[in-house]
Design a protein around this ligand. Structure first.
Ligand code: 2P0
Length: 361
């Protein structure tokens, strides 16, 4: 008797850090954003989710979809985001099986999924982006829903988006836009590659972990409050982001760090201004975050005065941790400066600069 086949797959997906921020949904169920966004996907070496999925072919009491996150079992809620991603991927696999009689019939088997992050979850380090992106990458491998079989990465990003908005951008490496799309069904709200990592490989992301505690206001709830209450958001959506998306895309294409840095810092500032314009207001940055902004501003001012151009661009997500984009030639100088003004503590995180990561596919 031959052993029954095992259907399983394991993939990783990295974190991405937005330089034009996604904040606000026009459709909370399909996860359709109020503006386009753009990010840099980091290297898998430092911040990544690792996800395995296996079809349960044996039946019995265990034969239901199950999920473990960092070793703890989580309920897969009916109608929830994970369930939605699973059912969308199953639907595609069923269509694939229907069109190809030689494929094993695995779409209806229950699936067990285990996922782990190698960094603090929900500390403003985009864990949902890498987590949901790794889930979709793993299911696409398990189900052979790949570009060779006519399923593009943008197609997969449309499903990852329904798990967590920012996850659609982690489906690509390098420089990635999430085009908000115009359609109500979300079919045109997908991630697209702006440039591969090889286009501009000497850009580094230095992650300064100010706190690895769970953030106060979860993004999903925070952005809905902003949509409901902030007048500044409407200005941002209509007047600011469309032009900024064009300018930053051009800056990336030209490898123009000064322009890239200017747009990145301005967009981070406006995202946090929009949070402050929300009622009740949302505060993600703390005093240390603001001190890092002052340090970077002073460093850039002195450097531009000397004719050496901008040295670093800060950006902050839904938490106090700073991400500094720095060109390779300036990494040492910027790190030394940060360490001088913010001596390391070893209490909650062993090495705040251990996570310096180079974008990669
Ligand atoms: C971003 N953030 O563009 C922005 C900047 C946080 C600040 O995407 O509700 O976790 O799952 O779609 O993707 C965080 O939002 O929210 C986020 P959901 P998500 O990276």
């Amino acid at each position: 008797m031959s052993p029954s086949p095992v259907y399983e797959a394991t993939c990783t997906a990295p974190v991405n850090i937005a330089v034009v921020k996604y904040w606000g949904k026009r459709d909370t169920s399909l996860i359709l954003p109020t503006n386009s966004s753009l990010s840099v996907t980091l290297s898998q070496d430092h911040l990544r989710s690792l996800t395995s999925a296996r079809c349960i072919t044996s039946g019995g009491a265990d034969a239901r979809d199950r999920l473990w996150l960092n070793g703890e079992e989580e309920e897969i809620k009916q109608g929830g985001r994970t369930e939605r991603c699973l059912s969308e991927m199953r639907k595609m696999r069923k269509e694939f099986e229907a069109s190809n009689s030689s494929l094993p019939r695995i779409a209806d088997f229950p699936i067990h999924i285990a996922s782990e992050n190698n960094f603090p979850t929900a500390a403003g380090l985009a864990s949902s982006a890498s987590g949901l992106s790794a889930l979709i990458a793993t299911l696409s491998t398990l189900y052979a829903l790949t570009p060779e079989n006519g399923v593009s990465v943008s197609d997969l990003s449309r499903i990852a988006r329904q798990g967590s908005g920012s996850a659609c951008r982690s489906m690509f490496g390098g420089y990635v836009a999430w085009e908000m799309g115009l359609k109500d069904d979300g079919s045109d709200s997908v991630a697209v590659e702006v440039a591969p990592v090889e286009h501009w490989p000497d850009l580094h992301a230095l992650i300064l972990v100010v706190s690895d505690k769970k953030k106060g206001t979860p993004s999903t709830a925070g952005m809905q409050r902003t949509v409901a209450t902030s007048a500044l958001l409407q200005h941002r959506i209509k007047e600011v982001v469309p032009a900024r998306m064009q300018r930053i895309t051009t800056a990336i294409q030209k490898r123009d760090f000064d322009a890239f840095a200017e747009e990145t810092m301005a967009d981070s500032n406006q995202f946090h201004a929009v949070c402050l314009d929300t009622f009740p207001p949302i505060f993600y940055m703390n005093d240390v975050s603001r001190a890092v902004i002052q340090l970077v501003t002073e460093l850039n001012r002195a450097s531009v005065e000397k004719g050496e151009g901008v040295k670093a661009a800060y950006t902050y997500d839904a938490g106090p941790n700073a991400v500094l984009y720095v060109q390779e030639k300036d990494v040492k100088q910027v790190l030394e400066l940060v360490l001088r003004y913010f001596p390391q503590t070893t209490e909650s995180f062993p090495d705040p600069f251990n996570l310096g990561a180079k974008p990669a596919s």
